[in-house]
Design a protein around this ligand. Structure first.
Ligand SMILES: Cc1ncc(COP(=O)(O)O)c(C=O)c1O
Length: 455
């Protein structure tokens, strides 16, 4: 098959493709970067330009692109079968993967439900939790609690528990009433407080809400330790632990959405393990297949699973499924991903990279004039830019500061994508020391150049 020319591709893209989270009027006025290949931690465009993948292709890639073991596992599976349904059938990779994932997760999570995106994993978590209480004769438990700034995907249920003025305001009338808690995110909500005082205040707020409304609450959903799409908001381990205690105390299910934080991104396989927290439900996606193929999983406890067991005619079944549920090819990629974690002892290997990142962020970034806050959890980083840091004054949305920094970085061969004025760094776990230095050097230089010009 001959590859079309860049000009042809650009025309077809501009004529036919609607890009996600993209103002298409802006997109149509630009020349798109057309990715042709990947190699290790680099993306390579159709002209042969190389870009360090500084956000792991939207927080997905784990061990680098075109990894030989991942490629060969997928290709071996392709020679067997690409897809068969899980409605009425099992398949070898999906069954094997279920066993491996359950062995990795906290002891109480013994059952997994497959789907194909982070949004579907959280949608399933919400539906399962909701139905669980109906089946347990508590039909009044119909509401959810989530965190201000929480993001759990773009399907309607997930949007309902998410909270973003920008992303969600058009859909408000379609969304269920959800209780919100302010997380102990000091930069926005608890300015001037110590971390301990902020956790105390946020926990208090949770305690009041849950004790007043527990009879109507089915579950509390949280992105553990790092609220990614909000703009990389970190919260301490003790807050997650406090929410686990409170939800247990008040008979409320705890759903941990590890779609972004899972598979080593925080330095451990799952963020919950930093806190020794066992959620009732856990969602994973993104890095599950090493960032290769769409696959997601919703874990649940045996207690939840068993509530759905009954003779067929009682109709307690979980009536939910997707066409590609448990797709063998994606499950083979996930199996290869887990094998690489084990064989290369990846979690041990990334500790020096996390330390390198921390050191550079502290020494070089925190003192920059327009850097208002630097937040890190493992290999997840948010660098928040402001026009003035004292007193805090944001840039105007039309200044597009975050976007300008990312554009500048691209010119120097580094691909990053901001969240508003927060510069996000989330390199693949396979990033080398030199590549980390490049990522930080280019980001530093781009921030300085763009913020200097803007002031
Ligand atoms: C915490 C979290 N949950 C859910 C999602 C949605 O995942 P997907 O885009 O695969 O539907 C995301 C995506 O960024 C996420 O960060």
């Amino acid at each position: 098959m001959t590859t079309p020319s860049y000009e042809e591709l650009k025309t077809w893209d501009h004529m036919h493709v609607w890009h996600p989270f993209t103002q298409m009027q802006e997109w149509l006025s630009e020349d798109p970067i057309m990715i042709a290949r990947g190699e290790g931690n680099y993306l390579i465009d159709i002209h042969g330009n190389r870009y360090l993948d500084g956000v792991s292709s939207l927080w997905c890639n784990v061990h680098g692109h075109t990894h030989k073991d991942l490629n060969s596992h997928i290709s071996d599976q392709l020679d067997r079968i690409a897809h068969s349904t899980m409605l009425g059938l099992a398949n070898i990779p999906a069954t094997t993967l279920a066993k491996k994932l359950v062995d990795l997760a906290s002891d109480n999570l013994t059952r997994i439900f497959y789907s194909d995106a982070g949004s579907t994993a959280t949608e399933i978590a919400l539906k399962l939790s909701y139905q669980y209480w109906q089946l347990k004769n508590s039909p009044q438990k119909v509401k959810f609690v989530s965190l201000v700034g929480g993001y759990h995907g773009d399907t309607l249920g997930a949007v309902g528990v998410g909270y973003s003025e920008l992303f969600h305001h058009y859909y408000q009338p379609l969304l269920p009433d959800t209780f919100r808690l302010s997380p102990p995110h000091i930069f926005r909500f608890y300015q001037g407080m110590t971390e301990g005082d902020a956790v105390f205040a946020a926990t208090n707020e949770a305690q009041v809400l849950l004790s007043q409304h527990h009879r109507e609450i089915a579950a509390l959903i949280i992105e553990p330790l790092m609220q990614g799409a909000a703009g990389m908001w970190t919260h301490p381990i003790s807050y997650l632990q406090a929410l686990r205690d409170l939800t247990k105390q008040h008979d409320i299910l705890l759903i941990c959405d590890e779609v972004a934080t899972g598979f080593g991104r925080t330095g451990k396989m799952f963020a919950c393990s930093h806190a020794d927290v066992q959620p009732d439900v856990m969602c994973v996606g993104k890095g599950l297949t090493g960032g290769y193929l769409p696959l997601a999983v919703t874990f649940t406890s045996e207690e939840i699973f068993s509530a759905f067991l009954a003779p067929h005619h009682e109709f307690k079944t979980f009536f939910h499924g997707h066409t590609y549920t448990g797709n063998p090819l994606a499950c083979a990629a996930a199996l290869a991903n887990l094998e690489i974690f084990e064989e290369d002892q990846v979690l041990g290997q990334i500790a020096p990279r996390i330390a390198q990142l921390k050191e550079r962020l502290q020494t070089d970034f925190t003192g920059l004039v327009h850097v208002a806050d630097v937040r890190q959890c493992g290999l997840m980083v948010g660098i928040e830019l402001m026009r003035n840091t004292k007193p805090k004054t944001s840039y105007k949305p039309e200044d597009r500061i975050g976007l300008k920094v990312a554009t500048e970085a691209r010119k120097e061969g580094v691909m990053i994508r901001p969240l508003g004025d927060v510069i996000v760094l989330m390199p693949p776990l396979s990033i080398s020391s030199d590549e980390m230095t490049l990522l930080l050097d280019v980001t530093h230089h781009s921030i300085q150049k763009v913020t200097c010009q803007a002031s």
